[in-house]
Ligand binder design. Sequence first.
Ligand code: GLU
Length: 394
Amino acid sequence: MDQLSDRIKSLPSSATLAMAAKARELRAEGKDIIGLSLGEPDFNTPDFIKEAAIQAVNDNYNSYSPVDGYVDLKEAVCLKFKRDNGLDYKPNQIVVSTGAKQSIANVAQVLLNPGDEILLPAPYWVSYSAIATLCEATYKEIPSSIENDFKITPEQLEAAITPKTKMIFFNSPNNPSGTIYSEEEYRALAKVLEKYPDIYILSDEIYEHISYGAKNFSFAAIPNMYDRTITVNGLAKAFAMTGWRIGYIGAPEWIAKACTKMQGQITSGTNCIAQRAAITALTESPERIQFMVEEFKERRDLILKLLGDIEGFQCNVPEGAFYVFPNVSAFFGKTFRGKTINTASDFAMYLLEEANVATVTGEAFGNSNCIRISYAASTEQIIEAVKRIKEALS
Ligand code: GLU
């Protein structure tokens, strides 16, 4: 153990994956756990995408692919950026990676030096801070609260900037809060960033299609942000393709080139079958996946209604993604069977042990009053889970 590097010793485990693993372990022991911890659509990958993958196998796609992705996939990504986001990217600005997580890690590795600082509007996805730490960069959280719909203000952004600030990791629709910034709010934040031309923006738009009315905007759509924005997206969430591992960036060419160099030493090109399937997924109209979004919306409405009946849960209305992020601090200080719930982590652990429901503590997302509940689960599971939570809390 002691022989491990300081790097890995100081790296926290991914809280989302750790909770999913814990739920799996308890299930293997015979416990009836309902897993609402992982952000993973419970749908199967649509048939038209699976068929493209089968075709790719039969067409003998089995060799190394170009490190940055097949050219026709990069063209499909450009088409998607134009069609869905109004963004003009050329194939030499695109890098396809093994999931958006690798895309983000690549960008961090090529832009951050030890001692650089990144800004994280909180709550934020668990791996942003860990990825920055791996680069020996530091991170500064910009807090938000349920009262302002988990959005940061331009004033907060400006106050957080220091001479060390190198990047901001921005995520809308947001994991874990479901918050979507409006175009006007994007522009107001960009106005601040305009004054600091050395700050780069990583705009994580992986949940863009999972939105219940409000259309997400893109930082790169603001002309003087384009040259310093890295737009991250992927297929996992919208196309129910979590295990296929396809993410991508659109970025200034010099950043894309550097990410390709990084990836060339770590993983090489992404899985070739998944890439061929991704071409089909991205070239088809987003209409073909709308049925899943509609289903998620019904589940959101359902879980909000059910949680609304539990005294002590305070929720906002998430406009996108598939999570609710209730404030559960009303339960802090309560004791059961000799154990006191003092934190969101204690609360999530209590739900796991007493209700057999897996959620994730908000502490992992930079908010210590909330827990994250994923409603990417069946209606029956949602109803049963909230019933159990209510009983355990009564
Ligand atoms: N992004 C998903 C989540 O937040 C998947 C797990 C992970 O990679 O963190 O649950």
